[in-house]
Design a protein around this ligand. Structure first.
Ligand code: XIL
Length: 375
């Protein structure tokens, strides 16, 4: 009897601890704390969607009201070969979001990365403008068309600019010309007239890039082409962007009448001797001595620094909540962050709001407090 009672107590305690860790306690959740200001979301991988990663799935249901597929809706996974589409993971993701009443973000239709080689080839030669435009149109009509009416917004074009504000020399630009962007937006509006349409990039806070993106949106709008907002990916660090730089970006978009989405937020806590600030997935560095210092856990001082950084950034989003529509974190928990393999493979990073045991971190509490509600 005594053993049984004891076992029950232990079970109850374990369940309570797990529920707390999964954000199921009665405390304020992220989506509640920020509901008057903007949507709060996360990028999901297939194990979260299927429920195999049940702890992450519980966090998502409790905490977030918008979701993005970390990879499942990209060109490579959905359209691996000419004429061959594969929608298994994308369908499961969109169904999951729809069922749970979340704003589902489509990411992404036109990007130079994670796009198969065949798209840009014509046999041995490079595909020409007409072929590329036909492929782009077919891809957008098929993918965005499939989910018509179920997607809150699409990242139509991803990362078309370099940091200096010139157009990236991508195969889309090289093959089609500068109007590849407006063509993509035109096709997307046709494929899903109700979905919001975004231009998405990293380092939009760099002034030359912000200016270029604003010029692009104004130019498209002047031609009657719909662009509903701009995504800043927000793969950031402790020292960048400076708060003043972020505010200057948000101010510029406010003055231009353009809504902003913070689309892929994470804050790297690891040393960055390369002084690399971008998120170009083709970029890799070799590990240097001392650049992977927290393999055994994050010291309290760094944990606190991360919480402060999240608090100040969300404080700025709050100041600009008239134009900030959404903040999406690029992952749920530290154990599944792409920053463990970017821009250096095999490090241990701590960039998100939940730790490797799925427990809310001090950064989570800081984000809740930054809204001025609860806790
Ligand atoms: C990343 C994913 O997180 C990784 O799993 C994948 O291996 C590479 O792409 N900018 C984007 C995202 O727009 O799609 C990228 O996601 C991160 C940088």
């Amino acid at each position: 009897m005594k053993t049984r009672l004891h076992r029950t107590t232990v079970t109850v305690l374990c369940l309570a601890a797990w529920a707390l860790a999964a954000g199921q306690d009665s405390g304020t959740t992220l989506k509640q704390a920020w509901e008057k200001h903007f949507l709060v979301g996360a990028a999901l991988n297939p194990n979260v969607v299927s429920g195999k990663d049940s702890a992450a799935a519980a966090i998502v249901k409790a905490q977030f009201n918008t979701i993005t597929a970390e990879n499942a809706m990209k060109f490579g996974p959905t359209h691996p070969k000419s004429g061959e589409y594969n929608f298994k993971l994308a369908d499961e993701f969109v169904d999951y979001g729809t069922k749970n009443g979340m704003a589902v973000i489509g990411h992404t239709l036109v990007w130079h990365a994670q796009t198969p080689r065949w798209v840009f080839q014509d046999g041995e030669a490079k595909a020409g403008r007409d072929t590329l435009l036909a492929r782009m149109r077919d891809h957008i009509m098929t993918v965005a068309g499939r989910y018509q009416g179920r997607i809150h917004g699409w990242d139509v074009v991803n990362e078309a600019f370099d940091d200096d504000g010139t157009l990236r020399k991508s195969p889309w630009l090289n093959g089609i010309g500068e109007d590849f962007i407006e063509k993509a937006f035109t096709f997307a509006a046709e494929a899903d007239p109700k979905a919001e349409l975004y231009y998405n990039d990293y380092n939009v806070w760099k002034p030359e890039k912000a200016a270029a993106v604003i010029r692009l949106v104004k130019d498209l709008r002047s031609k009657g082409i719909r662009v509903d907002g701009v995504g800043e990916q927000a793969h950031w660090g402790f020292s960048y962007p400076k708060n003043g730089e972020l505010k200057a970006m948000l101010q510029a978009f406010r003055e231009a009448g353009i809504k902003v989405h913070i689309t892929e937020m994470d804050i790297s806590v690891l040393p960055n001797p390369w002084d690399y600030q971008g998120a170009d997935i083709g970029k890799r560095f070799d590990e240097l001595p001392g650049t992977n210092p927290y393999t055994e856990g994050l010291p309290d001082s760094v944990q606190a620094k991360l919480a402060d950084r999240y608090a100040e950034l969300f404080g700025i989003f709050l100041e600009y909540d008239d134009i900030v529509e959404r903040v999406t974190l690029w992952g749920v928990d530290d154990g599944h962050s792409w920053l463990d393999y970017f821009p250096v493979r095999g490090r241990t990073n701590y960039p998100l709001l939940f730790d490797r045991q799925y427990r809310p971190k001090p950064a989570f509490d800081a984000v809740i407090r930054a809204a001025g509600t609860g806790k």
